[in-house]
Design a protein around this ligand. Structure first.
Ligand code: PMP
Length: 306
């Protein structure tokens, strides 16, 4: 991680190294909090813009609501804070932004109604999440032994801190087994999503991605679906089983951090030609056009910081 200068904490900018919490902070013990992952890009005209800032900030507030946390800032205050944070840190080349809503110090025990709600926003420069080579050649994926927490036991549509234990177990297992990323199934065996991204396949020219029955309502997935439709592709939202992936022509991940990352192998089966597929490549470059301000139709989703 490349350190930046300042972190926003509850309305104040503090030095990166002073952005600390008490060891008895509630979230550290019981895991209830909400995060976002938002990205800013250097645009084609040399400026810098945050992509879909409002959508991410709204989701942070919604995730918190789902997990019974009332955020003590408005959507506008949080949006303004993110812009100001990038400006103060002079992150003009682009940045990953990580807002966090967490329960602070003062209350122990599970019942959290009286626990203080704190908010921090950090931002730093972050390269390709699954590596530059993965963006060009595709990554290798393993279906995780653990399923995604079922809807009867968790809140998969919240970008809740607690959900990332499930993701972390799957990711660790995949990486230790020599893969780049894990794909999690739901409790009925259908593909839910990756540890931190959404999943797509291409079969006979048709793009397929699961509905968000047991996954985050992903902002990048929605963007890529819109883009695919702009380019004239048919997009189906339907369930996918593991064996259908093995015979897909192409597969790829979408997410704020992974952007559009091709998949070249799943569980030792080569996908398509074993490289970035042609439709994946079109969507990948189309996505970069959008976030870098080269696609007028999506200009309204860019919040410039300079
Ligand atoms: N699923 C999970 C579990 C994630 O962590 C992410 C990354 N936020 C995604 C999907 C993709 O969501 P988005 O496109 O909104 O970043």
């Amino acid at each position: 991680m490349t350190e930046a200068k300042l972190i926003w904490m509850d309305g104040k900018f503090v030095d990166w190294h002073d952005a600390k919490v008490h060891v008895l902070s509630h979230t550290l013990h019981y895991g209830n909090g909400a995060i976002e992952g938002t990205k800013a890009y250097k645009t084609h005209d040399g400026r810098c813009a945050i992509f879909k800032l409002k959508e991410h900030t709204k989701r942070l507030i919604n995730s918190s609501k789902m997990t019974l946390i009332e955020v003590p800032f408005t959507e506008k205050e949080l949006c303004d804070a993110q812009v100001e944070l990038l400006q103060k840190n002079e992150l003009n080349e682009g940045a990953y932004i990580r807002p966090l809503v967490y329960l602070g110090y003062g209350v122990m025990g599970l019942y959290h109604k009286e626990a203080p709600v704190n908010v921090s926003i950090s931002a730093w420069e972050w390269g390709a999440y699954l590596g530059e080579e993965g963006m060009k050649k595709g990554v290798r994926v393993k279906i995780a032994s653990m399923t995604r927490t079922p809807n009867t036991s968790g809140m998969g549509k919240a970008k809740a801190v607690a959900n990332y234990l499930n993701s972390q177990m799957a990711k660790f297992e995949a990486v230790e087994a020599g893969y780049d990323e894990a794909l999690l199934r739901d409790d009925q065996g259908y593909i839910a999503e990756a540890s931190g991204a959404c999943f797509f396949i291409v079969r006979d020219g048709v793009i397929v991605t699961p509905p968000n029955d047991n996954s985050l309502e992903s902002i990048t997935q929605a963007t890529v679906i819109d883009l695919a439709k702009d380019l004239g592709y048919i997009v189906e939202r339907r369930r996918i089983t593991r064996e259908e992936i093995y015979i897909a022509d192409e597969a790829f991940f979408t997410g704020t951090a992974v952007e559009v990352t091709p998949i070249r192998e799943v569980d030792c089966r080569v996908i398509g030609a074993g490289e970035r597929g042609p439709i994946t490549e079109k969507l990948q470059s189309g996505y970069f056009d959008i976030v870098q301000g080269r696609n007028e139709k999506y200009a309204k989703h860019l919040t410039y910081i300079n």
